[in-house]
Ligand binder design. Structure first.
Ligand SMILES: C[S@@+](CC[C@H](N)C(=O)[O-])C[C@H]1O[C@@H](n2cnc3c(N)ncnc32)[C@H](O)[C@@H]1O
Length: 204
């Protein structure tokens, strides 16, 4: 269920879920209890798909928008038993998460806002989707930068992360790739365009 409180999930978002599940499986997510964080969950599309697909995984879904979390909670009610493994929390990126998650998260996934403040958007987007889900500073990368910086902070509860981006962003943002990790790779969307950025941190 979506309405004007949230971004309407795109087909490309499914690619991010696939990337997230593949990363989780590399860490034993099919067999072992694991924890995934979905930063900026919106309608809950990514978080609820992951919780449904991997029955041993606990998913923390965050959003700074209480309106968006209202939609996510409505959708949570529709996923059956998987709902028991999903926690929804409000707050600005990492501040939403309990500090005792530090060191216990296998995958961090996010589809953050990535449109530049002044970029023109088609009416079917601008008139129906919240600006806070779309726009992110002068070049559209403010939130991605904050998420990457937090992921690199050892005190934050993250191990790996996968972020969806504008198709041209991963290739055009070498500084983001460098900042994220030496082990940073792009993944393609359903149309073959580079769309998701995956960074892996060494596991101690
Ligand atoms: C592009 S939408 C993605 C929604 C959903 N994950 C999806 O893929 O359909 C970005 C989401 O990030 C949330 N958001 C924006 N700024 C945030 C912040 N500072 N902290 C947490 N969430 C934020 C927005 O409210 C929005 O729901």
């Amino acid at each position: 269920m979506v309405d004007s409180r949230v971004l309407i999930p795109r087909p490309e978002t499914e690619s991010v879920v696939d990337v997230c599940l593949a990363e989780l499986d590399r860490l034993g997510g099919r067999d072992l209890p694991t924890t995934v964080v979905d930063l900026g969950t919106g309608s809950g599309a990514i978080a609820l798909a992951v919780a449904t697909e991997r029955v041993r995984t606990t998913v923390w879904a965050t959003d700074e928008s209480e309106d968006a979390l209202g939609v996510a909670r409505a959708n949570l009610a529709g996923v059956g038993r998987a709902a028991a493994r999903v926690r929804m929390v409000a707050g600005d990126w990492y501040t939403a998460l309990p500090t005792d998650l530090a060191g216990s998260v296998q995958v961090l996934v996010s589809n953050p806002p990535y449109v530049a403040e002044t970029a023109e958007l088609p009416a079917e987007v601008a008139d129906w989707e919240p600006s806070g889900a779309l726009r992110s500073g002068p070049d559209g990368l403010d939130d991605l930068r904050r998420i990457i910086a937090g992921a690199l902070d050892g005190s934050k509860p993250t191990a790996r992360w996968c972020a969806r981006s504008h198709p041209s962003r991963p290739a055009r943002s070498p500084s983001l790739r460098r900042a994220a990790s030496a082990k940073c790779v792009s993944r393609s969307d359903l149309t073959g365009r580079s769309r998701a950025l995956v960074a892996r941190r060494p596991i101690d």
